[in-house]
Design a protein around this ligand. Structure first.
Ligand SMILES: Nc1nc2c(ncn2[C@@H]2O[C@H](COP(=O)(O)OP(=O)(O)OP(=O)(O)O)[C@@H](O)[C@H]2O)c(=O)[nH]1
Ligand SMILES: [Mg+2]
Length: 167
């Protein structure tokens, strides 16, 4: 089977780099640099993350985008040839939901591919659950998956769901 290119996008701190670091079976490429403005954490992705993962017989190439919108010119580069999209958002930061929705709309308008929304930090209550975020975003519940991006068994959830939806 052909490798499947999946883009992992979403606002700053959503857990994009963490998910790829948690899941990749090969050495990851990351481009985290010291954040030049106050974004609530020290390091931020300035170009991309890259990792790979095999699920059953399917090899996945995972490409993470930067979250900071000043790097959004990278989105079009990274989504070239992508066949799936995982849009992550922090479940404990509802103030990020409008931006997540804008990014999802934009990315799908550029490249209408199968997608899943992942709601991170399910291990850190109080946190919005996937069903609540699905309602907020006007998405069908099967498209929204809760996860802890630091935990392999949980982080793989959105990718398994994406493959299910693609079949
Ligand atoms: N407990 C917990 N921590 C998480 C989870 N997801 C991400 N984090 C933490 O959140 C912080 C930011 O995660 P990153 O993976 O750097 O976020 P990002 O989406 O790549 O951010 P940018 O590259 O700046 O856009 C890290 O300290 C992670 O360990 C989660 O599901 N649970
Ligand atoms: Mg990152």
């Amino acid at each position: 089977m052909e490798p499947l290119k999946v883009v992992v996008s979403g606002p700053v701190g959503a857990g994009k780099s963490t998910l790829i670091r948690t899941l990749s079976e090969t050495e990851i490429v990351d481009t985290d640099a010291r954040a030049s403005e106050a974004i609530g954490k020290d390091l931020t992705t300035v170009a991309m993350d890259y990792g790979t993962l095999r699920l059953d017989d399917q090899l996945l190439y995972l490409f993470g985008t930067p979250g900071q919108e000043r790097f959004d010119f990278m989105w079009d580069v990274l989504t070239e040839g992508a066949l799936g999209l995982v849009l992550l958002v922090r479940g404990d930061r509802p103030q990020d939901f409008p931006q997540a929705r804008r990014q999802l709309d934009y990315l799908l308008s550029q490249r209408p591919v199968p997608y899943v929304v992942g709601v991170t930090r399910q291990d850190r209550p109080p946190v919005w659950g996937p069903d609540e975020v699905a309602l907020y975003l006007g998405q069908p519940p099967e498209r929204v998956v809760g996860l802890n991006a630091t935990e392999p068994a949980s982080a793989v959830g959105p990718l398994l769901r994406l493959l299910e939806l693609m079949l």
